[in-house]
Write a protein of this length. Structure first.
Length: 280
């Protein structure tokens, strides 16, 4: 496994297992499989309703807690200093741990500055080893990072070979923020696994499209958290550190970028209204 150093010196695995869209019923089995094939970073969220399954799998694995890097996220309904603080304790309880390795604000809505104060306190109190945000697009990210004391160590965004998030990288760099990619395999959408450039590069390395897509992210220094409910795919997706993409291949993949900022427009008032009315 290769690691990325966050701005506070915390080392984070470059590849992890994401449980977005893994049902609460399946979560424990999936995380147990992921841990047994070698994943040591697990990414969950309050809004995935599967933190308990993650906690149960970790407890049963027998793997020392300090060998696992656990990520969770504060949901919109828990925004604000008091509610976020309570939700952090609730996440700790559900995950069956006394610290979270990386805690993120899940969405850029509601009282995010209040949430951040609670997260900074949890960080100072040792309940959390690193703090960051998720789904903060460039302008929103800049505003937030400019005004907070502890700068976000991570921004987790929808990012993959067809949605490369190149535009936000220079802004992250101003604050020492590292990028984490959700949907690193395009969420299995049509057109991803059939992409010609990815297939040609995969064939020349004797690797799969998934492995090339994950290698491309990790080689850019972006943490990837592919999701799969199949053990053999989990294994395949972890096996990306035994080959290197050439500069020419990296440049070719840069040309297939289709939606730099991802497919969700987080600034669209209709989308914001939907999220706030449904979850806020
Ligand atoms: P499944 O869970 O049935 O294995 P993302 O990580 O971008 O959200 O993508 C997840 C999607 O990609 C899921 O539909 C998952 O299906 C599929 N997937 C994950 N790994 C692979 C792989 N190595 N080859 C093909 N499909 C994969």
């Amino acid at each position: 496994m290769e690691y990325l150093k966050l701005s506070n010196g915390v080392e984070m695995p470059l590849l992890g297992y994401g449980v977005f869209q893994v049902t609460p019923e399946e979560c424990e089995r999936c995380v147990s499989d992921a841990l047994s094939v070698g994943y040591r970073l697990i990414d969950t969220a309050q809004a995935y309703f599967n933190e308990e399954g993650v906690g149960a799998a970790i407890a049963k694995s027998g793997i020392p807690r300090d060998e696992i890097f656990l990520v969770t996220k504060v949901w919109i309904a828990n925004a604000g200093e008091e509610k976020a603080a309570q939700s952090i304790d609730e996440s700790l309880r559900k995950l069956g741990t006394d610290y979270i390795d990386l805690l993120l604000i899940h969405q850029a809505y509601g009282d995010v500055f209040g949430s951040w104060r609670a997260m900074e306190k949890a960080y100072r109190d040792g309940k959390v080893r690193a703090i960051g945000v998720s789904n903060f697009q460039a302008g929103r990210f800049f505003d937030f990072a400019h005004y907070v004391d502890v700068k976000p160590m991570v921004n987790q965004l929808q990012c993959n070979a067809l949605m490369q998030q190149q535009g936000i990288e220079p802004i992250h760099n101003q604050f020492g923020t590292k990028m984490m990619a959700w949907g690193p395999l395009g969420q299995g959408a049509e057109g991803f696994f059939s992409n010609e450039v990815l297939n040609a590069i995969a064939a020349s390395h004797g690797k799969s499209v998934a492995q090339v897509a994950l290698r491309w992210l990790t080689q850019r220094g972006i943490v990837a958290i592919p999701k799969s409910t199949h053990r053999e795919r989990m294994e395949q997706n972890l096996n990306v550190f035994d080959f290197t993409l050439t500069d020419e291949e990296m440049a070719r993949i840069a040309t297939i970028n289709q939606h730099d900022t991802g497919t969700i427009n987080f600034g669209d008032p209709q989308f914001v209204k939907y999220l706030i009315e449904t979850y806020g």
